[in-house]
Design a binder for this molecule. Sequence first.
Ligand SMILES: [Zn+2]
Length: 217
Amino acid sequence: MIADRTITACCIDDDAHDHSPTVTTTPGKPGQYDLPRIQRAVREILLAVGENPDRDGLQDTPRRVAKAYAELFGGLAEDPSRHLARVFEQECDEIVALRDIQFHSMCEHHLLPFMGKAHVAYLPKGGKVVGLSKLARTVEVFARRPQVQERLTNQVADALIDHLDARGVAVIIEASHMCMKMRGVSQPESIMVTSALRGVFKSDAAARNEVLGLLKG
Ligand SMILES: [Zn+2]
């Protein structure tokens, strides 16, 4: 049973303090997607920005947004191990790399999209490999959540090292963030690059150079 808790909206960003009234809320749970609750919240946002949610063009917007969010945040209810559980044995002691995995995610600070490409590589141990599509699926499961790019990069690397028992894992993510393009510092061309190295790619310079060369193309 989850107790109600009281939170106060306050300064959590670089923006000025606001003095919004205290709101009472019940935390959500992964896998319990509350469609009507999102519809009510979207209607409230429309009212709060000074719109009329009952006008023709907006009447169906809360329902559409709630449906879209079910998809965009669907990764919260998914366990990445589902995709990585099906390993198969293959004589392989060379790096396996998949470049240019397209993804989109939602920045958890602004609930605006960020999107780009993930490049993923691992060095199998004991011939344990997965289908290439499973690497893309793993990126997708973590991307379809409220995210920050640094955590997304680390979560993908940790999932691969944990489930494949790989000798090394390397993940590079390049993404452009709508919260940088459309607001704040307005840097429309900037690309954020993050990387996560595990195992031999972290400890061995020659292995690291090899994998980074592969991932950068
Ligand atoms: Zn942001």
